[in-house]
Design a protein. Structure first.
Length: 231
């Protein structure tokens, strides 16, 4: 069952400061600059009031949403506040929603097929290239979206040929396994795939449960929802 989190401004700021501290600590363990790692606040389960407080604080620059229609509704309700952050689509995109997606989001991080990439390319008519990431499937779970690692090179080349898209990196969702340290190989794999097939690209990996491991393994963006918005 989906749970809608509502959190006061003081709790939000406290949560955010704790996360920033943990990100910085993880970065220092591998001699990384924490200032170069972006936090994407996932608002999927956050109440509208909580999102308003978060954006009003000025402490967030990136917001992630899983569904086009949910982001549309939230942006309309937020009004001018919605323009204070960049909106990233981190959930699976259906091709018939490509036009709404490029009108709603500033980046799409979940390109998982040439068909989806072409739909986004054809939908975008802006003056600059639209930023996208390719999602790589890191688990054996059938319901998990993403391109298989062995098929990644072909998709990268296909996206690079599309004139309206800018391929900025790779995104991945690690398996929910125990112990937590067992997640690390998935992050290492995504980093190795990036280094091999998209040198210089960014890594979008790590969530509330495992973001510290992701930072240690090279994440440039981490997606956190529960740790920010849960009281």
């Amino acid at each position: 069952m989906d749970v809608c989190y509502n959190v006061s401004r003081s709790v939000f700021i406290d949560n955010l400061e704790k996360i920033r501290y943990r990100m910085a600590s993880a970065a220092s363990r591998t001699n990384r600059d924490a200032e170069k790692i972006d936090l994407v606040a996932v608002t999927k389960y956050a109440s509208l009031e909580a999102v308003k407080e978060a954006l009003s604080s000025g402490r967030l620059a990136e917001v992630g949403e899983n569904r086009v229609q949910d982001a549309e509704k939230k942006k309309q309700a937020l009004g001018e506040l919605a323009g204070k952050v960049r909106w990233r689509l981190i959930g699976h995109l259906q091709t018939n929603k490509a036009k709404k997606a490029v009108a709603t989001f500033d980046a799409i991080d979940s390109i998982d097929s040439e068909r989806v990439a072409k739909a986004v390319n054809d939908a975008w008519t802006g003056p600059k290239k639209f930023p996208v990431m390719v999602q790589v499937k890191l688990t054996d779970k059938e319901t998990q979206a993403g391109i298989a690692p062995e098929e990644l090179p072909g998709l990268i080349e296909a996206v690079k040929k599309l004139p309206n898209l800018e391929l900025t990196g790779l995104m991945g969702i690690a398996p929910d396994v125990e112990p937590l340290e067992a997640v690390r190989p998935s992050f290492k794999l995504l980093r190795e795939l990036r280094d091999r097939h998209l040198p210089g690209g960014k890594l979008n990996m790590g969530m509330s449960r495992d973001f510290e491991l992701a930072v240690e393994e090279g994440a440039d963006l981490v997606r956190i929802g529960t740790q920010i918005f849960a009281p």
